[in-house]
Every structure is written in structure tokens, then in C-alpha cells.
Design a protein. Structure first.
Length: 431
């Protein structure tokens, strides 16, 4: 075997090819194939820049771009011949380019490395993923806003410690999730702003002696400009960590919502019923209607949190600049994007078709002495009691209601006046 035959990518340095096991751990095409639109786009921009700067001829640049356009069509029509021996999507495209345009394909990699190539493509993918997730969040926010307005006056118990606390409205309760999602959207958008600097031109780590135009390629690819430090450009993955945190936090918010939906849909609460489209049954108990859409979303929160931990654990001990460990940065990002998008779509559909039992909510708001705080506030505002004294008086009144097995609004005024003489009939306005 000649050195040329040893390895199709770097046969000049190696006398033998990798073992089958080494090949198995080395290959990433099954994961990073989805980066192909971004690799094609950045490669075309790079080829155009090389021609503009006369690093290669215009004819060579046009040939490269024409070949890349043909590969793009193959990928779009699922006719591209993926081959694991070329490891990743970047080398697969370059190998196919050589088959289509000949040896001139080797000039595409002039003044760039896979290090800056990968970093650029990954930033472009993350930017697009964020845009997609923001659209999903906004769609869900629209559903929540519609429900919030519809139920703006429907009273329900608000909870602390899962115990009835104070009466609120269903509209206000749902609106809290609109604001949570709005912060999730803002976090993703902020991440997109910070990552929008272009690594292309950093080459392996120290730049390149070729007279490239990094501003040209950055602008061509929609970046705000090139990354200032070439070592940082190829090694930074904090944009991935930030993206994964934003996904995990959004998932956490969805999980809190699903937990409430699950509790509310129980027979004991009977606050909401999910539609049959977003529920499942039991294989043995024919009466069951389970809120599995919510439970599955709640369960997937662990994936989102785990992906964040995986990336940060992988990165924490790496010296500058690129290390092969960083091949493990994409799968978690792809999975978090897919998972969060699915969860948002599921919860949007489930909530949009849910039926809220507002009569049951109103009845529940009258249990648990939820107007006790309003009573204490009335004692402060109307009688001038210090709040701690009002709190103490209210506690005694609640205890009296418990003893009589009645609601606060059902207590006799004279019984309350035995505890605090200043109480008047106006108290029932807040009870």
C-alpha cells in the first residue's frame, strides 16, 4: 500500500489507514450532515472571495461555485452520495466536488481550515435554529395571549406550596407563561446577536498569509463582521452553551406548565380537559384518559438539561485551540433544537384545544380561605391595624371558620366582631 492509498484525506503523512474501530469513533457524517446548506453557502462565499482577491483565477472560482451548485441540487434531491470514509459533511462535499470539477476542487481549501470552516457553519446553523425557535415561541405566545384574554375574568385559586393562597384569574395565571416565554425568546435572540461574528479566515488557528478579505465573506454570509481573534474564532463554543441554556430554560418553563396541566386535569382538580387529540388511553383500564402530551414534554426537559451539561463538561478542560473532543458539540445542539421545537408545537396544540372548567375553578377559589389575605389588608387599610396585628386577627377568624366548617364569607359579623370589634359589614365586600 502506498502512502497515497493509506488515507484519502491525508495520505501524505500516514503509512496506514485507521482501524475499523478508529474509523467508527472518528466519523461524524451521521450527525453533521444537516450542516450541508451552511457548508455549501460558506464554501461558495469563500470561493468567490478567493477569485475576487486573485488568490485563484476568476475562472477557477466560477468552476468551484458551479460545482457547489450542482452538489447543492444533489443534496436537495437526496441524491448526494454520502460516504463515511470522508468523515464529515465538509470532506464529503469537497470529495464530491473533485469528482465533478476535477483537481481544481483542491483549490477551494486555500486559506481556510476545517477548524474555521466548521466553526462558521455551526454558527450559521445555530443562527437559523434560533430564528426557527423564536417563531415557534411567538406562535405559542399568540395562543396563550388569546386564552388569557378569553379568561381574563374567570376566577380560580392561586397557589403557593400547591395550597390555595389567593384568588386570581385564569387569564392572569396563563399570562405568567407568556412572560416566561418572552424571556426565553429574548435569551435566544441575545444569543443570536452575540454569535453573529464570522470565524472564516481564521484558518487552523493563526490566520493565513494569503491576502483574504474576511469582511467580504462575513458580510456575504450575514455576519456582523469577522471574529477579532483567530484563536478564539476556532475554539469558542460558548455560543453553543448559551444556546443550550436558552433551550433548557425554555424547556423548564414548559415543564412547569405541563405539571400544572397534569394536576389540573386530574379528577381531584377537574380544572381542564385536554382534547382526545392530545391525550392517550390505557391498555387495561378503559376509563382512563391520560394527559400524555404534557407528560412527554415534561419528560423531555431532562434531555434539554442533559445536553447543556454534556457540552459544558466536554469543554471545561480543553486548552486552546481546536481539539477533536469538540466534534461532540453538535449532537447536543441538534437534539435540543429538535426537542424544544417539538415540545413547543405539542404544548401549543394541547393548550389551544383544551377546555377549561371555569365553574370548578371558581368553586375551588372559594375553598381554602383564599380571601384571608384580603381580609388582613382590609383590617390595615380600614381600621389602621399594624399588618402583624391584622395577620394575627385574620388567623383567628380563619380558625373560627374552620371550627364552624364554613367559608369566611359565611361567618356571622358578630362572631368576627368578638375577635376584632372594629370590623363592619363592609368586610364582606372583600370576602
Amino acid at each position: 500500500m502506498t502512502k497515497k492509498d493509506a488515507n484519502k484525506m491525508w495520505g501524505g503523512r500516514f503509512d496506514s489507514k485507521p482501524t475499523d474501530i478508529m474509523q467508527q469513533i472518528n466519523v461524524s457524517i451521521d450527525v453533521d450532515a444537516r450542516l450541508w446548506p451552511h457548508d455549501i453557502a460558506l464554501s461558495k462565499a469563500h470561493a468567490e472571495m478567493l477569485g475576487k482577491q486573485k488568490i485563484i483565477t476568476k475562472k477557477e472560482a466560477d468552476t468551484l461555485i458551479d460545482g457547489l451548485n450542482k452538489i447543492e441540487k444533489e443534496l436537495q434531491s437526496s441524491k448526494f452520495p454520502f460516504r463515511p470514509e470522508f468523515e464529515d459533511i465538509h470532506m464529503n462535499i469537497e470529495a464530491r466536488l473533485k469528482e465533478l470539477v476535477g483537481d481544481v476542487a483542491g483549490k477551494l481549501h486555500t486559506a481556510r481550515s476545517r477548524n474555521d470552516q466548521v466553526a462558521t457553519g455551526f454558527r450559521m446553523w445555530t443562527r437559523d435554529a434560533i430564528s426557527d425557535l423564536v417563531a415557534e415561541i411567538e406562535g405559542f405566545q399568540t395562543t396563550i395571549k388569546t386564552l388569557s384574554k378569553k379568561h381574563a375574568k374567570d376566577v380560580m385559586p392561586g397557589f403557593t406550596h400547591l395550597q390555595p393562597a389567593q384568588p386570581v384569574t385564569l387569564g392572569k395565571h396563563l399570562d405568567a407563561y407568556w412572560h416566561m416565554l418572552n424571556r426565553d425568546k429574548s435569551r435566544l435572540q441575545d444569543c443570536s446577536k452575540r454569535l453573529n461574528k464570522c470565524p472564516l479566515g481564521a484558518a487552523a488557528l493563526a490566520g493565513t498569509p494569503f491576502p483574504i478579505d474576511r469582511d467580504f465573506t462575513a458580510k456575504k454570509l450575514g455576519f456582523d463582521g469577522p471574529m477579532e481573534n483567530t484563536m478564539d474564532a476556532v475554539s469558542a463554543r460558548d455560543f453553543v452553551a448559551e444556546f443550550l441554556f436558552a433551550c433548557a430554560q425554555a424547556g423548564l418553563h414548559l415543564s412547569r406548565l405541563t405539571e400544572e396541566i397534569i394536576i389540573w386535569s386530574s379528577t381531584q382538580f377537574n380544572f381542564v380537559a385536554l382534547s382526545d387529540q392530545w391525550s392517550t388511553g390505557s391498555s387495561i383500564m378503559p376509563q382512563k384518559k391520560n394527559p400524555d402530551s404534557a407528560e412527554l414534554v415534561r419528560g423531555k426537559t431532562g434531555r434539554l438539561t442533559g445536553n447543556l451539561v454534556q457540552l459544558m463538561t466536554m469543554m471545561k478542560g480543553l486548552p486552546l485551540t481546536y481539539n477533536r473532543d469538540m466534534q461532540e458539540d453538535k449532537e447536543s445542539a441538534f437534539d435540543s433544537y429538535d426537542t424544544l421545537k417539538l415540545c413547543l408545537q405539542v404544548m401549543n396544540g394541547a393548550l389551544d384545544t383544551a377546555k377549561f372548567n371555569t365553574d370548578q375553578m371558581l368553586q375551588a377559589s372559594e375553598d381554602g380561605y383564599t380571601t384571608a389575605t384580603a381580609l388582613a389588608d382590609w383590617l390595615v387599610m380600614e381600621l389602621g391595624l399594624p399588618f402583624r396585628d391584622a395577620h394575627h386577627v385574620t388567623g383567628k377568624i380563619v380558625k373560627l371558620a374552620e371550627k364552624k366548617s364554613c367559608k369566611l364569607s359565611e361567618l356571622d359579623l358578630k362572631d368576627m366582631q368578638k375577635i376584632e370589634a372594629g370590623i363592619t359589614n363592609d368586610i364582606f365586600k372583600v370576602l
